[in-house]
Write a protein that binds this ligand. Structure first.
Ligand code: CAA
Length: 257
């Protein structure tokens, strides 16, 4: 039986996806993208989903980009189809209603960086290397990098990275806001466990509402976004979670969500 290109481990609704092509530094080819999309379609339907963590197999690479060997012979039309498939898949990941976190365990280049940018936040191991080196190959980022990178780190830094193609280390990625934290490979594992514990201890509906408020609000003017927040805040009072959470505080016990 052929090995899966993406390993899926589900721990009480916290789903960890591991891109599993370590010999090609987990580069994204059509097979990986198709498999990822099929997994995401299943996850979208799950009411018990609490969080998604995404990482790369091995200790060397998160994802070293789109697969250059596969792209090499593509015509413009084939390149458009390839990028559209990737964009659709990455958008599905971004649009999951729960926190999606990239555990960047090494090279995070090109399409890999674009995958991490579609996550709600990223944390990195101290050996991680980031970059959008597409111009070195005579192309530009095609999986969303020219749009999501400036939104995360600002247009000046994004233009520096996408036009020079220079690579940056984890500390610089931290300084520019591309990742939230930097730690050792071993600490990355502890971080993932702790995060899962934290997120599953919170009200699931509230966590989803918080993500929705930030995501949907970012595309709106401030007044509309604040109105959205108010609506979602009020919505939280409609279910059982708010009475359990506030009741537990007053009764000096842990909430049971
Ligand atoms: N596509 C296909 N194969 C890749 C790959 C990629 N993006 N990155 C690495 N590999 C393969 C290598 O070809 C090599 O395979 P072989 O053993 O069969 O030769 C294997 O992974 C290991 O790589 P290296 O021997 O090169 O490892 P290294 O430690 O010497 O270098 C590296 C690591 C600096 C990441 C180097 O592999 C590299 O520069 N990779 C390409 C990075 C890149 O340019 N990414 C952007 C791709 S374009 C893109 O992503 C477009 C887009 O936006 C959609």
């Amino acid at each position: 039986m052929s090995e899966k290109l993406i390993e899926v481990v589900d721990n009480a609704g916290v789903v960890r996806l591991t891109i599993n092509r370590p010999k090609a530094l987990n580069a994204l080819n059509s097979g990986v993208l198709h498999e990822l999309e099929a997994i995401l379609v299943e996850l979208e339907a799950r009411k018990d989903l609490r969080a998604v963590l995404i990482t790369g197999a091995g200790e060397k690479s998160f994802v070293a980009g789109a697969d250059i060997t596969e792209m090499r012979e593509k015509t413009p039309e084939e390149a458009r189809v390839f990028a559209s498939q990737a964009l659709r898949t990455i958008k599905r990941l971004e649009a999951l209603p729960v926190p999606v976190v990239a555990l960047v365990n090494g090279f995070c280049l090109g399409g890999g960086c674009e995958l991490a940018l579609a996550c709600d936040w990223a944390v990195a191991s101290d050996n991680a290397i980031f970059g959008q080196p597409e111009v070195l190959l005579g192309v530009i980022p095609g999986f969303g990098g020219t749009q999501r990178l400036p939104r995360r780190v600002g247009p000046a830094m994004a233009l520096d990275l996408v036009t020079t193609g220079r690579k940056i280390d984890a500390q610089e990625a931290l300084r520019i806001g591309l990742v939230n934290q930097v730690m050792s490979q071993a600490e990355l594992e502890t971080y993932a466990d702790e995060l899962a514990k934290q997120l599953t201890g919170n009200g699931p509906q509230a966590v989803r509402a918080a993500k929705q408020a930030v995501h949907d609000g970012m595309d709106q003017d401030l007044d509309s976004a604040l109105a959205l927040e108010t609506a979602l805040f009020a919505f939280c009072f409609a279910g059982d979670e708010q009475s359990e959470g506030m009741g537990a505080f007053v009764e000096k016990r842990k909430p049971n969500f």
